[in-house]
Design a protein around this ligand. Structure first.
Ligand code: UFG
Length: 339
């Protein structure tokens, strides 16, 4: 299959490229490098020994999108491109709505004009807001509390309307839980800009000595040890879910939503302990106030993805810690700007 991957240089995008190429798919990649580096694409080529066409382009650029569809016989799109920091989205809502919503509308419009009607979209467990219970099922009520989350939920609704208007479309919405880990080669991984917002890159940077101390955001949640519980999923498992989603979209029409998580929740302190046990490193931490907007517990019921897509997570917390640590150790400054 010939697949357009938007945001292919990012954390999840680059890992998905590796899986797609290793399975013999032809890919065309588009990225504007706002939150990613070209080096990640060179590393994908190194891991796979395969080449692909790349366009440095922004989704807001209709002419650039049209050119990609005109120059390539694209059959399906895997759409990762988007801004993703919750806090930043509260400070810069217009930028988030413009990039994530207007950008996606332009992408869908260009797809439509070129007869491409299959898309796999990166959504997030954030669309469930504060869930009424855990594990979370796909049919739970949807509600978001920040502009980033709104853009994910709005995009889901836009795609649902696109399918209603033209039932030939095939849309697969993947709602990611908390992706961590890295490719086992240590060549690609998560490369956050500046100080990480998310727990795991923060832990690995404390482990490597780059950061001094983890701040644990609250230990008074109604969870076994009082710290927040999340469903951490190995990024390679997540990448493989996209291949299953593409297989599914090739033989289906309409729209389907899937939770992509392991179904197991780990607390912040359990993650710290697991990382220490697996790497032998010590993570200094202090407990501080809760982070506004955080919820106590969030983990998936992944049964639907297993049943319908034939996908389930293969890797556990050990591989997640080991692979993230290998990436951090081999790339203490991330991708830098190697040429
Ligand atoms: N945490 C800390 N210290 C930190 C960072 C995080 O204690 O420095 C805690 C949080 O309070 C939370 C857990 O670690 O309990 C996980 O936090 P992350 O920031 O790693 O992940 P979130 O679950 O908050 O956010 C993730 C994605 C978002 C998505 C959200 C909801 O990053 O894109 O899940 O699904 F919106």
């Amino acid at each position: 299959m010939k697949i357009l991957v938007t945001g292919g240089a990012g954390f999840i995008g680059s890992h998905t490229l590796v899986e797609l190429l290793e399975q013999g798919n032809e890919v065309v990649v588009m990225d504007n490098f706002i939150n990613s580096k070209e080096e990640s694409l060179r590393r994908v080529k190194k891991i796979t020994g395969k080449d692909f066409r790349f366009y440095q382009a922004d989704m807001l650029d209709t002419a650039a999108l049209d050119k990609i569809f005109e120059e390539n016989e694209i059959e399906a799109v895997v759409h990762f491109a988007g801004l993703k920091a919750v806090g930043e989205s509260c400070d810069q809502p217009i930028r988030y709505y413009t990039n994530n919503i207007t950008g996606t509308l332009k992408l869908i419009d260009s797809m439509s004009r070129h007869g491409v009607k299959k898309i796999v979209f990166s959504s997030s467990a954030t669309v469930y807001g504060q869930p009424k219970e855990v594990p979370i099922r796909e049919d739970f009520p949807l509600k978001t509390s920040n502009p980033y989350g709104e853009t994910k939920l709005m995009t889901e609704r836009i795609l649902s309307d696109v399918v209603k208007a033209d039932p030939e479309w095939s849309v697969v919405i993947l709602r990611y839980f908390n992706p961590i880990g890295a490719h086992s080669s240590g060549l690609i991984g998560e490369d956050p800009k500046g100080i990480p917002n998310n727990l795991f890159p923060y832990i690995t940077q404390v482990g490597s000595g780059k950061l001094q101390r983890l701040r644990v955001f609250g230990d008074d949640y109604p969870t076994p040890d009082g710290t927040g519980v999340r469903d951490y999923i190995h990024v390679v498992d997540l990448a493989q879910a996209h291949l299953k989603a593409l297989e599914y979209s090739a033989k289906s029409q309409g729209i389907e939503y899937f939770n992509i998580g392991t179904g197991k929740g780990y607390s912040v302190l359990e993650m710290v302990k697991a990382y220490e046990a697996i790497t032998g490193k010590t993570i200094a931490y202090e407990v501080v106030d809760r982070r506004p907007g955080d919820i106590a517990e969030c983990y998936a019921d992944p049964a639907k993805a297993q049943k319908v897509l034939g996908w389930s997570a293969k890797y556990g917390i050990e591989e997640m810690c080991r692979d993230a640590d290998r990436w951090q150790t081999m790339n203490p400054e991330g991708y830098k700007d190697e040429h």
